[in-house]
Design a protein around this ligand. Structure first.
Ligand code: ADP
Length: 636
């Protein structure tokens, strides 16, 4: 995946939250102000301010009416009952004022209390005087004027004070209300401004979120596209690398078979080891892609672990020797000679651990110890330990070296081996670890559960045995001259009768014209590719079409599935493994004898060393054949 810029439009939550909290606080403040205004108004309504004035006015008015009535009585205009009625009204007004609600409000008026007390105190005096001599209107009027006339002045004063007090209180209340309303208005302005701001910020954040979401989906799409592109690139790269590797490894194998010169043997061996290493790197990259895409497949077989260890150590022996290392192997297998697990994956693990031990050790000792012994809960464990006396690994890197692309201070390799190794061990149900001290060496160990038995598995085909394909008629469609040559040598050695087609179109024509037992079809060819040719052959030959095996450098399992879905009966991956090709042909043609050897008169197996007896003339012929291969163009 390419490194993209970090997504900038990331929504930031904190300012929005702070803003919202601030607006909420202002709104609560405004609500409190509104409530206080309501309470003020309520108080203003219920406060008997007008009552104060009204009560002061009423008592003054009643007093004045009483005085006027006294004057009228004096002048003989009203009788005693009329003035008595006025007096009683005045008395009841005084008592109401003393006992009623207005008293509490009125007592703040200066002189009020004194006036009222005086009036209240005068009532029994007046009553007694009236009872004593107020039988006619004139006498009644005298008594009233005598006792109550003096109240005129204080009552006027109180009435005036009541008016001024009420108006002052009203003014104060209005000022207070005005201030509160002012604060309320300010708060409302703040709230409205904040709400507008909040809406703006929210919209901005929504826009940012939307942009972020779009950025994310674009980034996701790019990441997926880049991952797809990576897989396509890796598949393409593996194809491109495996095609020449196919040729290199095939040619080196042929050199080994044909030459008797130990020097050439050795050179070819080194070249073979290098090509194998290159193949290993390509496989590591492919395995990493397979792990990423969940297509890392496993296949269990029964095998002898001692043979596997022997195979791995012999493959790496020359590399160990070149670095001055001694490799010691110790094998204990008391629990059964043969084990069942994924042999190929286990080989990959052993090659990686032993390869690393050799790579990071110079002039030292490497010990490979393997044992098959009972583990916990009725399981049997294959335990392997690879110890070296090399550079060692600092403790803080013991875990990190199992990560992808990690290399501790070296850039020799891709840093993929141990991550694949751990994936394999864990997928096999086991565990892996390392103990190491810098400068002293490292011990990598792993254990995987295995099934054990003492029954030997069926032997694999020995590629050194010849003429296994005698009597088999094959058509090989392959556009690459070097590949044709590699397969030609193999098929010749196995005694097959075969023809070559240089592209799909030729393959179709030849398949229709002749009867072949089997067609080996390359996928990528000019003019008409392998899949088109297969479809054409099946369309035109119907049921009599021979089985077609895909011969491909595409190593990804999904490609193989695609080829099978298109009608290929099997897939063989380049560089071609002779045993695999023979086993595939045997399976497709239902001829187990091809690999088991039964029913075929096989010449005795000839190990490469025995071929060292070639004459110098023969050797020259082989060498000229090899150099001719380089010049060969598109000829069968
Ligand atoms: P590489 O291809 O770099 O060897 P690996 O994944 O196999 O990748 O190993 C990761 C790193 O672990 C190496 O780069 C090396 O630093 C360290 N390492 C692995 N095996 C050993 C060992 N036997 N001795 C010292 N260091 C090792």
């Amino acid at each position: 995946m390419t490194d993209g810029p970090p997504i900038e439009h990331r929504p930031r939550q904190t300012p929005l939250t702070v803003f919202a909290v601030a607006v909420l606080a202002v709104a609560i403040g405004a609500a409190a102000l509104a409530i206080s205004i309501y309470l003020d108004l309520e108080r203003a309504v219920t406060t008997p301010r007008e009552n104060i004035q009204w009560a002061a006015y009423q008592i003054q008015a009643e007093h004045m009416r009483l005085m006027l009535a006294a004057r009228d009585a004096e002048a003989g205009r009203i009788d005693v009952d009329a003035i008595d009625q006025r007096y009683q009204i005045f008395v009841s007004r005084v008592l109401i004022l003393r006992d009623g609600d207005a008293y509490a409000a009125m007592h703040s008026i200066p002189g009020y209390e004194a006036m009222l007390t005086r009036a209240v105190d005068l009532i029994p005096v007046v009553d007694a005087a009236i009872a004593g001599g107020g039988q006619d209107a004139r006498a009644y009027a005298d008594i009233v004027q005598h006792h109550l006339g003096a109240l005129t002045e204080p009552m006027q004063q109180v009435a005036l004070k009541a008016v001024s007090t009420a108006s002052r209180e009203q003014t104060e209340q209005q000022l207070q209300l005005r201030d509160t309303v002012f604060y309320l208005v300010v708060s409302l302005i703040v709230i409205v401004a904040a709400a507008i701001g909040l809406a703006g910020v929210t919209m901005k954040q929504f826009a940012a979120l939307d942009t972020g979401r779009r950025d994310l989906s674009v980034a996701l799409w790019r990441a997926e596209e880049s991952s797809r592109a990576k897989s396509r690139f890796l598949a393409g790269m593996s194809h491109e690398m495996r095609t020449p590797l196919n040729a290199v490894i095939g040619m080196l194998r042929e050199i080994n078979y044909r030459t008797s010169d130990n020097g050439i043997h050795r050179l070819a061996g080194i070249a073979h080891a290098s090509a194998d290493m290159l193949c290993g790197l390509v496989d590591d990259v492919l395995d990493t892609t397979r792990i990423e895409t969940g297509k890392f497949r496993f296949h269990n077989v029964t095998f002898d672990p001692a043979v596997l260890v022997e195979e791995v150590t012999s493959v790496l022996a020359s590399r160990a020797e070149d670095r001055g290392n001694t490799v010691a192997v110790e094998i204990e297998a008391p629990a059964g000679r043969y084990v069942t697990t994924d042999r190929a994956r286990l080989k990959q693990v052993l090659v990686n651990l032993l390869g690393n031990a050799i790579k990071y050790t110079a002039d030292g000792t490497i010990t490979l110890r393997a044992s098959v012994a009972p583990g916990a809960d009725d399981t049997t464990l294959l335990r392997v330990m690879v110890a070296d006396t090399g550079i060692g690994i600092p403790a803080d890197q013991h875990e990190r070296i199992f990560g992808r692309f990690f290399q501790a201070g070296t850039n020799d390799g891709l840093g993929l081996g141990l991550s694949i190794t751990r994936e394999i061990i864990e997928r096999l149900g086991g565990r892996i670890g390392v103990d190491s001290t810098p400068g002293e060496g490292s011990t990598f160990w792993f254990e995987v559960p295995v099934a054990v038995s003492d029954t030997a598995p069926k032997p694999a085909a020995d590629p050194r045995v010849r003429d296994r394909l005698a009597g088999v008629r094959l058509l090989l469609a392959e556009d690459n001259a070097t590949n044709r040559q590699v397969i030609r040598l193999l098929l010749e050695r196995q005694g097959a009768a075969f023809d070559f087609a240089l592209n799909g179109e030729q393959a179709v024509a030849m398949a229709l014209a002749d009867a072949y037992d089997l067609i080996l079809m390359d996928i990528n060819m000019p003019v008409m590719d392998g899949l088109q040719a297969l479809a054409e052959i099946q369309r035109r030959s119907g049921r009599s079409a021979p089985p077609v095996v895909a011969l491909t450098a595409d190593a990804l399992a999904e490609d193989h599935e695609r080829f099978r879905a298109a009608g290929m009966v099997a897939c063989v991956t380049k560089p071609i493994d002779e045993t695999e090709l023979l086993a595939t042909i045997a399976t497709v043609l239902r001829r187990p004898d091809i690999v088991s050897g039964d029913g075929i008169a096989l010449p005795p197996a000839v190990p490469p060393r025995a071929e060292a007896q070639l004459t110098s003339g023969q050797r020259e012929a082989v060498l000229s054949l090899i150099s001719a291969l380089h010049d060969e163009e598109d000829e069968p």
